[in-house]
Design a protein around this ligand. Structure first.
Ligand SMILES: Cc1cc2nc3c(=O)[nH]c(=O)nc-3n(C[C@H](O)[C@H](O)[C@H](O)COP(=O)(O)OP(=O)(O)OC[C@H]3O[C@@H](n4cnc5c(N)ncnc54)[C@H](O)[C@@H]3O)c2cc1C
Length: 357
């Protein structure tokens, strides 16, 4: 029970919810944070794209496991792009540690943490931060990940797209000394955990020559559907708002950035919901553009079918993959990049432009 109505009630204490609660409690708001789980253990690839100065925040919280600057992109096993950047593009983080630190800091600022299922209780302002669980099942894909013993470059990430199953495998480092990996996969056509696990296991044997799980679990991720930042009197943040870059399953950075933007908007426009939402959206306009483009790209590739989709993806220029890994695939960037490859890009550009109309 919440004694008295809090200024802000946040449903879901994952990355977005905990960070939002911390930021608002710091500003003196009375904040209540509700989560079904006492500790955060949701499956993740644990990668955070290092844009917008996020490394500083992660380092301050002491959750950086290793930095990734080397990438390999494959399509049906064929290497289409390889690059080592002079600066890291991603951090692999201790995600449960990240959420625990944010929750602790929120509580230290006197945010009230309540364990339990959100049952539509309200604050003066209410925020849905329930991640994928806030979204319709048809907008989600089930994803499975395994932490496994294996030799692997701790600075390298691999993504392998499968156009037939409509998704990808990944291998990310899980430590900084090259002894464990985070290996996983998610496909639109596969929702049975046991089957997906078998696919990950086979992939692990094929690529790494071993499969020695230390921890394994699955969870859904939102890859379809609209971006919804407010539903009636409830504001939405992070993955609950649909903020996942679908082509990469990237939701950590959007969760952090949207929580920061919403905290600022609430702080400056409380309790005017319309004004809060406007400020909030304008603070994340770039993330919104990335997510919309990723949804469109996914649609275009799916419409093309496995064979043409594969050809289309294989013909993407290196500059596209650079933007992709740097989390910079906004509409403007894609159009500019594709204009340099008129034949392969024509279809994509037409479709993207029509999505902007
Ligand atoms: C297997 C897998 C791998 C992934 N890999 C990556 C990756 O490498 N990089 C990346 O950027 N993204 C990745 N993602 C996506 C990323 O994990 C999410 O998008 C991100 O965690 C979203 O953060 P969030 O705070 O919005 O939601 P979440 O982290 O999902 O937090 C939601 C919180 O709400 C709570 N909750 C849910 N329902 C209720 C309820 N009814 N009442 C109260 N509390 C509730 C949950 O317990 C949870 O604590 C991956 C996702 C999966 C499933």
């Amino acid at each position: 029970m919440i004694a008295g109505k809090p200024n802000v009630l946040v449903a879901g204490a994952g990355v977005a919810g905990s960070l939002l609660a911390r930021e608002l409690a710091r500003e003196g708001f009375s904040v209540a944070l509700i989560d079904v789980a006492t500790s955060y253990r949701k499956a993740c690839g644990d990668a955070v794209a290092l844009r917008e100065g996020l490394l500083g925040l992660l380092e301050r919280l002491g959750v950086v496991v290793t930095l990734v600057n080397s990438f390999e992109i494959r399509i049906h096993g064929d290497v289409v792009y390889e690059e080592s950047f002079s600066k890291p593009k991603w951090a692999i983080v201790d995600k449960p540690g990240l959420v625990a630190s944010l929750r602790e800091e929120a509580e230290a600022e006197e945010a009230l943490f309540l364990r339990g299922m959100w049952k539509s209780q309200r604050g003066t302002v209410t925020v849905d931060a329930r991640g994928p669980y806030a979204n319709k099942p048809e907008s989600r894909v089930f994803v499975y990940r395994v932490i496994s013993k294996a030799r692997w470059d701790p600075g390298k990430a691999l993504l392998d797209f499968d156009l037939k199953s409509r998704g990808f495998y990944w291998i990310f480092p899980a430590d900084d000394d090259g002894k464990t990996v985070n290996i996983g996969a998610g496909f639109e056509t596969v929702d049975a955990a046991t089957y997906l696990r078998e696919m990950v296991k086979n992939y692990s044997y094929k690529l790494l020559g071993t499969f020695e799980p230390l921890d394994e679990r699955g969870a859904p991720v939102t890859v379809k559907g609209p971006i919804v930042t407010r539903e009636g009197d409830i504001l939405k943040v992070g993955e609950a708002a649909g903020l996942v870059v679908s082509t990469a399953g990237e939701g950590n950075r959007p969760a952090i950035l949207s929580a920061m933007s919403l905290a600022k908007a609430i702080n400056s426009s409380y309790p005017n919901l319309r004004e809060i939402e406007e400020r909030y959206r304008s603070g994340i306009s770039r993330v919104i553009s990335e997510v919309l483009v990723s949804r469109k790209l996914l649609e275009v590739i799916e419409k093309a079918g496995p064979a043409r989709g594969k050809t289309l993806m294989k013909s993407l220029p290196e500059s596209f993959w650079r933007l992709y890994l740097g989390s910079a695939v906004t509409t403007r960037h894609v159009v500019l990049t594709m204009l340099r490859r008129p034949i392969t890009g024509l279809r994509l550009i037409r479709s993207l432009l029509s999505s902007l109309a």
